[in-house]
Design a protein around this ligand. Structure first.
Ligand code: C2E
Ligand code: CA
Ligand code: CA
Length: 723
């Protein structure tokens, strides 16, 4: 009868839905209730060992303790090793007098607190592993535990173990499914590769979305079937080697789909080792095409010149910083600003685009990777180090001659007039930045006749250092009264009399002796010191002119004005003030500015010239004929005088062309009613030619070099005596 009841109890548990679903809590509760009903026990306690913490948790306690004592939970496995060992080995502890039972010594306090006299403790085990305890407790000593009771408790404990096992496997399954559907949902490609067999074990849906290659064409196959391997066999192989070695990998690659479209992926590969010790690689890949294109666009905007498409100065600078050898070549277009002003910006752009095209073409043919536009009219080329010197020189000359070819602008053929500088990067050994050296060489190149090519060398470097010294010395020269004006007479060829003087600066350098302007004017101009020097010159010249006028010496004073001074914004005020202070006669002061400088900014030049003309100050164009001559603008300026550059005069006797040019200039000046001075007249023959062609005035060593003021006075007196 009892056996039958016990059998029914068991069946109830076995067949219960909660047990089949692996609901341990509900099954434990049900089991505890049934056991409590069927057996003569005071309490049924079922505890489960929590998976994570290995702590025995009370799952079910029947009947619920309503006594007014604090419920004390059973000692944890860590605190009851004897008990646990007993359960592990013997499966249960049957004790009719548990307070005195040495096997239960660790539980005595608990038993006492709950008034337990007899206890039947049964292990809930899976594969021999303790998962929980089923405890039957009796508070009164009724009778000894019967075998049938022990058997029933063991069977119930087995069912509880089974429930737990079901629960674990359901949990595991559930988790697996959860992970799987999560990875399937991901937009990121996830792929698992077995590193031993190189087979693809898994790939998620995202792979199909990106590649259009279905899963069954991938899973179970060797990685070598992947497009990545087909398109980049070497790289892919090396990735596999790295992955096997356990190195993490991140990489961006461009792949082509079967339909020919391409896309960028960002790959990351990580090795992991499974519980069983197998090596796998987890490959994550993102479609980063859009980011990549965006990035590229940003880089293009940041690093490229929008007009020519070449790299810009920022990018080139970065590359150059990392470059330790090879040649840096700079190409500058001389007179480009002038060209731009004369022909308009649209044509200026055409010229730049064409020059850029030629440089790019040159770079492609010669496998030169780095070319850039680093300034408005400045281009840079980086020639790799492998070339020997002769090859490099040949390259440079070819580049120069290609850039030099005429460019068609409208119906005109315009010569770009390049200047080219070259620096052997290794040779400068971090003395100076390569660009600085190239700039230095470029200044020399620009001043060269013929092929304007200059290779940077130690002589240039020394000259540069000298210049730096000059720059330092110049700063104290004005205060130190180290400057002096010399005067060179201008002769009127018709009147055969000296009618003017050009003030030419000399520097009494404390160490170097007398320095001519060629040694320092450019430096002063570049550093801005010219503003102070120019002001001093103007003042000194006006003061001298005042003295001459005071002594009834009727000559005009020619003062050279540099571009920076001319466009500096204060020239008019200065001149206005000086004319007032020294009460200079109108038209006795003439400012000289070179043609090229004047054309730098035609609009402000025109305004200033008009204002100066109103003050009665003359304006002479210096070195006329050496720049781009634009007759159009000559008419626009209120010019008093042209000074024909001395290169034409010195060539007069030998060059038919120079004779033609000089007579053309003379004809033009007389047509425009502009006065003319020929510079650098050294021979009687030259003077004769000029006089024959009705050139108004002449200046040069034939008459006198520039003289100190006292000598100039003597010179004038003598010449009056002569005539
Ligand atoms: P520039 O204005 O063309 O001055 C004429 C230059 O030619 C002077 O050289 C003069 O000494 C030289 N020269 C005169 N006659 C002859 C000749 O028959 N044969 C030869 N071979 N040369 C002759 P300098 O004094 O060395 O001046 C050079 C340049 O320096 C000037 O050229 C001018 O551009 C600049 N300069 C001189 N003084 C000043 C100044 O006070 N301010 C500014 N901004 N520049 C100045
Ligand atoms: Ca001059
Ligand atoms: Ca001159």
């Amino acid at each position: 009868m009892k056996k039958h009841r016990y059998q029914k109890l068991l069946e109830q548990i076995v067949n219960s839905a909660v047990k089949q679903e692996g609901d341990f809590h509900a099954t434990a509760k049900m089991s505890a209730e049934l056991l409590f009903e069927q057996l003569d026990v005071s309490r049924v306690v079922i505890s489960g060992l929590s998976e994570e913490s290995n702590i025995l948790e009370l799952v079910c306690n029947e009947p619920v303790i309503a006594l007014n004592i604090e419920h004390k939970s059973r000692p944890q496995p860590s605190a009851s090793p004897i008990f646990v060992e007993e359960l592990r080995v013997n499966r249960h502890v049957v004790s009719d007098d548990c307070i005195k039972d040495s096997r239960l010594i660790e539980l005595i306090e608990y038993y006492q607190q709950h008034g337990v006299k007899a206890a039947l403790e049964v292990a809930i085990r899976i594969n021999g592993h303790l998962e929980g305890v089923l405890s039957l407790e009796r508070n009164a000593e009724i009778s000894a535990w019967q075998d049938s009771e022990i058997q029933l408790a063991s069977q119930v404990a087995d069912q509880l173990a089974l429930t737990l096992a079901t629960k674990y496997s359901y949990d595991k399954d559930e988790r697996l499914k959860l992970f799987l559907s999560a990875t399937e949902q991901s937009d990121q490609i996830m792929m698992v590769v077995n590193l031993a067999s190189a087979n693809i074990e898994y790939v998620n849906q995202a792979h199909f979305e990106l590649t259009n290659i279905s899963k069954d064409q991938v899973v179970g196959r060797p990685v070598q079937t992947l497009e990545f391997f087909k398109q980049f066999p070497e790289k892919a192989e090396s990735l596999l080697v790295k992955a096997r070695a356990g190195d993490s990998i991140e990489e961006e690659i461009k792949l082509v789909r079967r339909d020919g479209s391409d896309y960028w992926v960002r790959l990351s590969v990580k090795r992991f080792i499974s519980e069983r010790g197998n090596h796998f690689a987890l490959i994550n890949a993102d479609n980063c095409t859009e980011q990549h294109l965006h990035q590229r666009e940003l880089e293009r905007l940041a690093w490229r010149c929008s007009l020519t498409g070449l790299y810009n100065r920022i990018h080139f600078g970065k590359v150059l910083d990392k470059t330790k050898e090879g040649h840096l070549v700079l190409i500058d277009l001389r007179g480009f600003k002038r060209f731009n002003d004369t022909y308009g910006h649209a044509n200026g752009d055409l010229m730049l685009v064409e020059v850029a095209r030629r440089i790019r073409h040159f770079a492609e043919i010669n496998q030169i990777a780095e070319i850039a536009r680093i300034g408005s009219d400045e281009f840079a080329v980086l020639i790799s180090a492998s070339q020997d010197a002769n090859v490099t020189n040949g390259l440079i000359e070819r580049l120069y001659s290609q850039v030099e070819l005429p460019v068609s602008i409208g119906i005109e053929q315009i010569e770009p007039k390049p200047a080219l500088a070259c620096v052997d990067i290794a040779s400068i050994e971090q003395l100076f930045p390569a660009l600085t050296c190239a700039d230095i060489a470029l200044q020399y190149a620009k001043n060269k006749q013929g092929n304007a090519i200059q290779v940077f060398n130690s002589a240039l470097l020394n000259a540069f250092k000298d210049d730096a010294q000059i720059e330092r010395d110049l700063a104290v020269a004005i205060k130190g009264r180290q400057f002096e004006l010399y005067y060179q007479p201008l002769k009127d060829l018709k009147k055969q009399a000296y009618i003017g003087a050009e003030a030419l600066i000399r520097w009494h350098h404390p160490k170097k002796g007398v320095l001519y302007p060629g040694a320092f004017i450019d430096i002063a101009e570049q550093t801005g010191l010219i503003t102070d020097i120019g002001s001093w010159v103007l003042e000194a010249a006006c003061k001298q002119l005042n003295l001459w006028q005071h002594r009834q010496i009727d000559i005009s004073m020619h003062v050279n004005v540099s571009a920076r001074q001319f466009f500096g914004g204060t020239l008019f005020e200065q001149v206005w003030e000086l004319i007032g202070r020294y009460r200079l006669k109108p038209h006795s002061l003439i400012l000289e500015i070179t043609e090229t400088e004047l054309m730098e900014d035609i609009r402000s030049a025109t305004n200033l010239c008009n204002e100066l003309a109103e003050l009665g100050v003359g304006l002479a164009i210096d070195d006329f004929g050496t720049g781009y001559s634009s007759m159009r603008y000559l008419k626009q300026f209120p010019i008093t005088k042209l000074k024909i550059d001395r290169s034409f005069i010195s060539d007069l006797s030998i060059s038919h062309e120079s004779r033609e040019i000089v007579s053309a200039i003379i004809a033009m000046a007389s047509a425009l009613n502009i006065s003319l001075t020929a510079e650098g007249v050294e021979t009687k023959e030259q003077e004769l030619f000029l006089a024959d062609h009705l050139c108004h005035q002449a200046q040069g060593f034939l008459y006198s070099p520039a003289l100190r003021v006292s000598e100039f006075g003597e010179f004038l007196e003598k010449s009056v005596l002569v005539h």
